[in-house]
Design a protein around this ligand. Sequence first.
Ligand code: DON
Length: 324
Amino acid sequence: MPQTAEKHELQSLIEDLHAKYQPLTDGRVATYIPELAKANPNEFAICIVTADGRMFEVGDCDRPFTMQSVSKPFTFGMALEEIGHEEVWRYVGVEPSGDAFNSISLQNDTNRPFNPMINTGAITVTALLHARYRERTFDHLLARLGAAAGRQLTVDEAVYHSEHRTGHRNRAIAHLLLNFGIVHGEAEAALDVYFRQCAILVTCRDLAMMGATLANMGRHPLTGASVFDIGCVRDMLSIMFTCGMYDYSGHWAYRVGVPAKSGVSGGVLAVVNRQLGIATYSPPLDARGNSRRGIEVCAELAARLGLHAFDCLNAGSSFLKVVL
Ligand code: DON
């Protein structure tokens, strides 16, 4: 008789969590970008990719959706690497703001955005890239994010145009930044790149793969491409840990304890350093703009697998172990 291969424990776990959280229906799909309102609230996907490229997935993992704010740590990493820490630091801070993602606020003393995960900081980062690459900026950015995913990515033109047409708040932010000399004179052109980066299409599988690239010290687990410098990966993960979930970031660090980033189309990307990329997709959001099901799945995965950075299973610096 043919042997039936036993299901992997991680596969069973995500299937259980998918079934458990599918009935959670109290979130709301984002509507402030009109095109996003068309999302199906029942779609739900969970994907985990290990740092050596093994994949576990359940649900609508083939469904493309726009990255939105999940693009922010990647553009931040690009800016650190290509423009340099000192220069980026002159224009954007690394402090959690405790405010909503679209808050119109800057640090009192410096007039810099608090951090690159909220809109003020992310638009600044994109403007820094735009000041360097001008009309080549978006293609360059798309290629680097594609390298992190391991395939050529594309843009959802309808979502891009929808936000371009209605993104008055972001336009106000860009002009406030222009007023303080944080973005250069081509604020509108930089904003256009920002809207496009938010409209990059990924699947849940792509996002988990991008997370696995970060978990694997910046190298794509399957293509072997070196996508981000190790030092920048550390900085990207740090800022995701402290600021990635907006005004839920403190609670997230306390409850889940891994670096993560959410987007208003319903994606959540979480990274377990040196081990896993975890992605969820479920469009209904809580009041802070984080995927309702995504948060619960990540919290339960962290609890069940001991993923929290301060879990007793995390034994700390191996260097110290040698020298002590
Ligand atoms: O700039 C915006 O408002 C959107 N393009 C992205 C915001 C976002 O994803 C916030 N995430 N939860």
